[in-house]
Design a protein around this ligand. Structure first.
Ligand SMILES: [Zn+2]
Length: 307
């Protein structure tokens, strides 16, 4: 088919207009409460804007807020301090390379301290990894909980319990952070999950299950799934006794682990970190039927699309 030149341009212009018109215009109603605080109908919570202030130009909010964004914060990491409150403050607030965003004391009526603004990077995670993301200081909020940690008696580690009022404070703060940054359940983790070869906190006394059942915080397996996998488990039979398969399952859930196909020391420490979080009654780094079933139940629930 042969077009005359003007018709050709007309068709080209039409095509251009069609391809450029937005398919569906999204209108977001925004109400600026103060210069830097606003609410919008897509997120009706108070939000703070950090913006440039220029002497010669006005920063317009005509197109604000764009709906094309997500949060830089992806993880919430929980710690214990292994020190009393004054020592914890001294360590976390002083000049140096250790800090956290929040500190929760062990006294019922104390306030919760903010040590580092949430939009800044606190140094609480160190060398760390979770589900392929390294250096979690860049993308996490850190909460330090005042707690004595553990004492070693012979080969046992005796951990300090957390009082109920302290857990309530942790849960209230955690819930608020999780909601604001839309942190996924699997990304609410302990320091020992992201650095299992060198960290023990918050330890097996930290009530992850209670946080899940009472406050809907973090990840937990479904009992039905656990029973399903328990019924399948056959000790000493491949693949149930395969170190490689278990290492792969740990890696799939988020733990950084070398796939050595050996029950080596590092694997033992990573299994122990997993047990501290999900099977605290048995934190010896050795896989039993329940540990195996719990890990597979978690992967089924949260990590089915991870491979
Ligand atoms: Zn820690």
């Amino acid at each position: 088919m042969k077009y005359s030149i003007p018709l050709y341009f007309l068709l080209l212009t039409l095509l251009f207009l069609i391809s450029c018109s937005p398919q569906e215009k999204i209108i977001v109603n925004t109400k600026i409460i103060r210069d830097t605080v606003y609410i919008s109908d897509i997120n009706p919570k108070y939000q703070v804007i950090t913006e440039a202030v220029l002497p010669d130009y006005v920063i317009s909010k005509k197109n604000f807020p764009s709906v094309a964004f997500n949060n830089r914060i992806k993880f919430l990491v929980l710690h214990y301090t292994v020190a009393d409150y004054p020592t914890s403050v001294r360590i976390l607030a002083q000049k140096g390379r250790v800090s956290s965003h929040y500190l929760i004391s062990a006294q019922p009526n104390d306030t919760i301290d903010i040590l580092v603004s949430e939009d800044k990077r606190a140094w609480h995670a160190g060398v760390s990894s979770w589900n392929g993301t390294e250096n979690l200081n860049d993308t996490s909020i850190g909460i330090e909980i005042v707690n004595d940690g553990y004492i070693s008696i012979k080969d046992s580690m005796i951990f300090t319990p957390f009082p109920e009022y302290q857990i309530k404070k942790v849960a209230t703060l955690a819930k608020n952070i999780i909601d604001r940054y839309e942190i996924e359940p699997v990304n609410v983790i302990g320091h020992s999950d992201i650095a299992p070869l060198r960290k023990q906190d918050p330890g097996p006394m930290f009530p992850w299950e209670q946080l899940y059942t009472e406050y809907n915080i973090g990840a937990w397996y479904d009992e039905f799934d656990k029973q399903y996998f328990l019924a399948q488990y056959i000790p000493d039979v491949y693949p149930y006794n395969s170190a490689l398969d278990f290492q792969k399952a740990l890696q799939n859930y988020g733990y950084k682990i070398a796939l050595t196909d050996n029950w080596d020391k590092d694997t033992e420490l990573i299994i122990r970190a997993f047990q501290w979080h999900f099977r605290p009654e048995k934190a010896d780094g050795i896989v039993d039927a329940e540990t195996w079933a719990i890990l597979h139940a978690l992967n089924k629930k949260y990590r089915a699309n991870n491979k």
